[in-house]
Write a protein that binds this ligand. Structure first.
Ligand code: 4LI
Ligand code: NI
Length: 188
């Protein structure tokens, strides 16, 4: 089980690497890693598990964040929200995206960043993605809203990019052209 002590933080060189493609069929090790990542995000949204293991809530986590530079991440959105999505993405890619952008008005957080970095993080509002699941089956889906933002945030991790790289350094809250703000007081 992944705990906060297993998550590397800002400054660790692995977070700046380009992660390696994963080969199929998955090795037992890679399968376990993928399952552990999904289990982390699920647990991190469960009150009792948060208390018991001192987890920080997240909707996404990527393999390089546990110091394994492989192209795998997991996303989980609970049914309490309008989105209801749980996925493992292996060798993921964005095949097309909207011109329109979006951003979280409260900014983005990251399990590997122990400080609040204020500012808007411009993302594509809608993306069509392709990835492989744990069985090596390719899937394609369209995402919008927070799931689209989280997918882009996690895909960035596989390329050594941190969310704050996208924040306008002169004015973190500068208006983003052609963008729809997404208001989310907090998770769920
Ligand atoms: C408790 C239980 C306010 C501040 C609002 C919490 C269940 C920030 C938002 C959650 C912010 C859940 C989240 C992300 C932000 C802020 C991620 C709380 C977990 C809200 C997810 C990857 C960016 C994703 C919306 C600095 C660890 N997640 N909030 N950003 N939630 N959560 N990101 N932004 N301001 N990060 O962090 O999983 S994309 Cl679900
Ligand atoms: Ni992150």
């Amino acid at each position: 089980m992944i705990l906060m002590k297993d998550i590397i933080r800002e400054g660790h060189p692995t977070l700046r690497m380009r992660s390696e493609e994963v080969a199929f069929p998955l090795s037992d090790e890679d399968r376990k890693l993928a399952e552990d990542l999904l289990m982390y995000v699920k647990n991190s949204q469960d009150e009792e598990m948060i208390e018991k293991y001192d987890l920080r809530p997240g909707v996404g986590i990527a393999a390089p964040q546990v110091n394994q530079p492989k192209r795998i991440f997991a996303l989980h959105f609970d049914e309490s929200s309008d989105e209801n999505l749980s996925l493992i993405a292996i060798n993921p890619k964005i095949v097309s995206h909207s011109v329109e952008r979006s951003y979280l008005t409260s900014g983005e957080g990251c399990l590997s960043v122990d400080r609040a970095v204020p500012g808007y993080v411009p993302r594509y509002a809608r993306i069509t993605v392709k990835a492989f699941d744990i069985e090596g089956k390719e899937y394609k889906m369209r995402l919008k809203g927070l799931p689209a933002i989280a997918f882009q945030h996690e895909l960035d991790h596989l390329n050594g990019i941190m969310f704050f790289d996208h924040i306008n350094p002169k004015n973190p809250f500068a208006e983003i052209p052609n963008a729809t703000p997404i208001d989310r007081s907090s998770g769920d």
